[in-house]
Ligand binder design. Structure first.
Ligand SMILES: *[C@@H]1O[C@H](CO)[C@@H](O)[C@H](O)[C@H]1NC(C)=O
Ligand SMILES: *[C@@H]1O[C@H](CO)[C@@H](O)[C@H](O)[C@H]1NC(C)=O
Ligand SMILES: *[C@@H]1O[C@H](CO)[C@@H](O)[C@H](O)[C@H]1NC(C)=O
Ligand SMILES: *[C@@H]1O[C@H](CO)[C@@H](O)[C@H](O)[C@H]1NC(C)=O
Ligand SMILES: *[C@@H]1O[C@H](CO)[C@@H](O)[C@H](O)[C@H]1NC(C)=O
Ligand SMILES: *[C@@H]1O[C@H](CO)[C@@H](O)[C@H](O)[C@H]1NC(C)=O
Ligand SMILES: *[C@@H]1O[C@H](CO)[C@@H](O)[C@H](O)[C@H]1NC(C)=O
Ligand SMILES: *[C@@H]1O[C@H](CO)[C@@H](O)[C@H](O)[C@H]1NC(C)=O
Ligand SMILES: *[C@@H]1O[C@H](CO)[C@@H](O)[C@H](O)[C@H]1NC(C)=O
Ligand SMILES: *[C@@H]1O[C@H](CO)[C@@H](O)[C@H](O)[C@H]1NC(C)=O
Length: 491
């Protein structure tokens, strides 16, 4: 008689009410338990490591040791821009530390430290985060993101490997983290202390684009005029700021960058060095970077990600470019209009993305040789403007996904690589921009080393005229000639 347990309609109604109340209470209890367990989890995260180490301190010293933020003269500096930390198993080089409380980080804030470490699996270390205006600090366990891939080579101990060290802690509403030190065993003297970078816009609004350029190494080549053409074109396309990292450059290029930095604020230049025992005298470093290609690429990860993290709150997108590359929109007159249309397009088809990538196409030197008809109309362009006078490109794009450059979304990525995002809050999604909308024009003497065998067939034989860049010709010629005269570069 399972089906007839109710004797009357009213009893049935009452029980139904009771059942509803019962379920409502059950739900409240579950919600209550969940909320509290989450809260307790956060507290544990906060205090566990802290208490642990405090207990250990008492054990070791018979009293709590007073750790103080190290004075600058006690810091173990390395090659000017780095700090060294010698652990019991591996040497760490810290470059910069950043405050990450982006929405996708959830209830946690994270201090992220860009580093090179001479181990593939570094040992367990702790972060001590110092807050402004309070003497005490908190301690959290660090975790690692390896910002390289085993397949790319140099996957071995002793060679410096790029890492992002993460120090997560519960978000603090009224406390601002100012410094971070890393250590292995508490109560030992701390000899590293990194100021936590947390660049915010003055008016709360993000700007659209910044471009970052890895460490410039042009000791003898004078590319100053090409540099001017490139910077002006980026500015015409809507780039608000270009961040350069610099090893060594020709004095003429230096003059150009200083002009932009001093007079227009369009450019920011930051000196860079290689950490550890890698060479830093100009000639030796140049040779090293030319010959040790994998080491060079591992080192390049640092400026790429440094530039990304410095700007996560300031720009919507970061683009990493070399000074011989430019992303040309083919239907719009600037990047902003193009990205705006792409954002609408992907929202319409309900697809999210961490990066939008532009296909790579070669504009090689001498593609116009043996062809007299090509030279027509070039006379109106000054011959010293490299991009405006190189209007022949390969017919074929390099293959999809190779040598691309991306617009990196600043809300969604944890680590960037030269071409695409390496680590994202969720699985990285890079969407390719249709070649009818934009492509990456790469101006080179010849193909990159890996493609040199097939260069003649794939990239030189089939060529076409592509004057898309001429849509920006008038303002580009005007701006460059004005500046060249100003800097006395035109005779
Ligand atoms: C504290 O000491 C215990 C053992 O005494 C050890 O397992 C633990 O790793 C230590 N914690 C820290 C933070 O040094
Ligand atoms: C150092 O760490 C590596 C793993 O990264 C391990 O294989 C090695 O045994 C450790 N050496 C010492 C002395 O603990
Ligand atoms: C710390 O905060 C108090 C009160 O807000 C203020 O009076 C004091 O000057 C601050 N000290 C420092 C070092 O900022
Ligand atoms: C730019 O500013 C720096 C530092 O103030 C100065 O040394 C340099 O001469 C300036 N260069 C130019 C081109 O204005
Ligand atoms: C968009 O995608 C999400 C999951 O990716 C899905 O839940 C949602 O229903 C989709 N919306 C539309 C309008 O297709
Ligand atoms: C020369 O250029 C013209 C115009 O782009 C093209 O039609 C022609 O095929 C080219 N000739 C050679 C030999 O490449
Ligand atoms: C050269 O310029 C003229 C007028 O500016 C134009 O009509 C012609 O199509 C151009 N020729 C080429 C090959 O672009
Ligand atoms: C390059 O384009 C030509 C058509 O012009 C095509 O026949 C050839 O297969 C392409 N090569 C590659 C490597 O895609
Ligand atoms: C690129 O755009 C063209 C024209 O708008 C369209 O025909 C083509 O299907 C698109 N390709 C891809 C891969 O979306
Ligand atoms: C660059 O500097 C050199 C001297 O180092 C000078 O002779 C040359 O004319 C300069 N180039 C330009 C374009 O001004």
């Amino acid at each position: 008689m399972v089906y007839f347990i109710f004797k009357s309609r009213s009893e049935f109604r009452n029980s139904r009410k009771n059942i509803l109340i019962f379920f409502f209470r059950l739900l409240s209890i579950i919600a209550f338990i969940l909320t509290w367990s989450y809260f307790i989890f956060l507290c544990l995260l906060h205090f566990k490591t802290n208490n642990n180490s405090l207990q250990n301190l008492s054990k070791q010293q018979g009293q709590t040791c007073r750790i103080q933020s190290p004075e600058s003269i006690k810091i173990d500096y390395n090659n000017i821009y780095w700090q060294r930390f010698q652990s019991s198993n591996g040497t760490f080089f810290f470059y910069n530390a950043f405050y990450d409380d982006r929405t996708l980080n959830g209830a946690l804030s994270t201090i992220r430290i860009l580093s090179m470490i001479d181990r593939i699996s570094p040992i367990k270390i702790y972060c001590r985060i110092w807050f402004s205006n309070i003497s005490n600090s908190i301690i959290t366990l660090a975790d690692y993101h390896y910002i390289w891939s085993q397949q790319w080579g140099n996957y071995e101990d002793k060679i410096l490997q790029p890492f992002l060290i993460n120090c997560p802690f519960p978000r603090q509403k009224h406390l601002q983290p100012y410094f971070v030190s890393l250590f292995e065993k508490d109560c030992t003297e701390i000899t590293n202390n990194l100021q936590i970078i947390n660049n915010r816009p003055l008016n709360k609004n993000k700007q659209s684009f910044a471009v970052c350029v890895k460490g410039l190494e042009f000791l003898h080549d004078d590319l100053s005029i090409r540099l001017i053409e490139w910077i002006e074109l980026l500015n015409i396309l809507g780039v608000k700021k270009i961040f350069f990292y610099e090893f060594d450059i020709h004095p003429n290029m230096s003059k150009v960058l200083q002009y932009y930095q001093n007079e227009t604020k369009l450019v920011h230049v930051q000196k860079l060095s290689l950490p550890g025992s890698q060479p830093n005298s100009p000639l030796e470093r140049k040779k090293y970077l030319q010959q040790k290609i994998i080491h060079r690429r591992q080192n390049e990860i640092i400026p790429y990600n440094d530039c990304y993290y410095k700007n996560i709150y300031l720009y919507d997108y970061i683009v990493l470019l070399d000074i011989d590359e430019i992303i040309i929109p083919l239907q719009h007159l600037n990047w902003l209009d193009m990205i705006y249309d792409l954002e609408k397009y992907f929202a319409n088809i309900n697809q999210s993305y961490d990066a939008l990538s532009a296909r790579h196409i070669y504009f090689l030197d001498n593609l116009d040789e043996n062809n007299n008809t090509i030279q027509s109309n070039l006379s109106i362009v000054p011959s010293y403007l490299h991009m405006l006078t190189h209007i022949y490109r390969s017919f074929n794009y390099t293959k999809s996904g190779s040598y691309i450059k991306s617009f990196f979304h600043t809300e969604r990525i944890l680590a960037v690589h030269n071409h695409y995002p390496l680590i994202c809050f969720s699985k990285c999604q890079t969407r390719e921009i249709n070649v009818t909308l934009a492509h990456l024009q790469h101006y080179r003497k010849d193909c990159v080393y890996l493609l040199q065998k097939s260069c003649q067939n794939d990239h030189r034989l089939n060529r076409i005229r592509d004057t898309n860049i001429w849509r920006f010709k008038n303002s580009l010629i005007q701006r460059t000639s004005l500046l060249l005269r100003k800097l006395n570069f035109l005779r």
